[in-house]
Design a binder for this molecule. Structure first.
Ligand code: FES
Length: 228
């Protein structure tokens, strides 16, 4: 099987190749934190085209509607590597990097606190665990820890390559495309973005930081209509 890849097309869909599994996930609040709940799974071929304009009548796949919708999909996001763009915060046992690429999934809110404050207070095992989850469960890949108690090792979950279409029932909207497992992402100009374990792509068509999600789906109340 070819290596999994997503290629962005000019004012058109994401071309996915390499047999990436495609499912829905519902983001829900459970007690003091957020969790993913499995939704539909889609039958896909080795290659398929995912809508990124928000107008397809055959969601989540492109049906050519971007043409009649006059979709403008110009990429505005930086190609600079995460480490060069991110702000750096030091805690007693963890350091945190934050590139502010927020998809408003709210996984950074945990245990009545937020990842920044948890990192500052991460002395005991329980707070460290909560802090790390608050970062590595973020589907946007905005947050990343290094563990000072473990040779400054990067804290990242093992994710196999797959795509999840996120739903946010509490905000009554559909969220971004959550890409996992280091899937290559290539811009419409042929230039690759940094390969990352987690990232969230815009699928409502409204992000000001294309191709990445910037939470505009919440403001515009985007829904893919799949569950209606
Ligand atoms: S990108 Fe083709 S229909 Fe949305």
């Amino acid at each position: 099987m070819a290596q999994a890849k997503i290629e962005i097309t000019n004012d058109g869909p994401y071309l996915v190749s390499g047999g990436l599994p495609l499912s829905q996930e519902q983001m829900v609040t459970v007690g003091d934190h957020r969790e993913m709940r499995p939704g539909r799974t889609f039958e896909v071929e080795d290659s398929y085209a995912l809508c990124r304009c928000g107008h397809s009548k055959n969601m989540p796949f492109c049906d050519g509607s971007h043409l009649s919708a006059d979709f403008e999909g110009a990429e505005t996001a930086s190609h600079q590597p995460f480490a060069e763009r991110a702000e750096h915060f030091e805690g007693p046992t963890l350091s945190l990097e934050d590139d502010e690429r927020c998809a408003f999934a709210r996984f950074c809110h945990r245990a009545g606190s937020e990842v920044w404050s948890l990192t500052e207070r991460a002395q005991d095992a329980e707070t460290r665990e909560e802090a790390m989850k608050a970062a590595y469960e973020c589907p946007a890949g905005r947050l990343q820890h290094h563990d000072k108690e473990n040779g400054d090792k990067l804290v990242e979950p093992e994710l196999s390559p797959r795509i999840d279409l996120l739903e946010d029932p509490e905000k009554s909207c559909s969220g971004p495309i959550y890409v996992q497992g280091g899937v290559e992402l290539v811009g419409a100009d042929g230039e690759a973005y940094e390969q990352r374990n987690r990232y969230a792509l815009c699928r409502c068509g409204h992000s000001d930081n294309k191709p990445f999600c910037d939470a505009m789906h919440v403001s515009v109340g985007y829904s893919d209509q799949l569950d209606q």
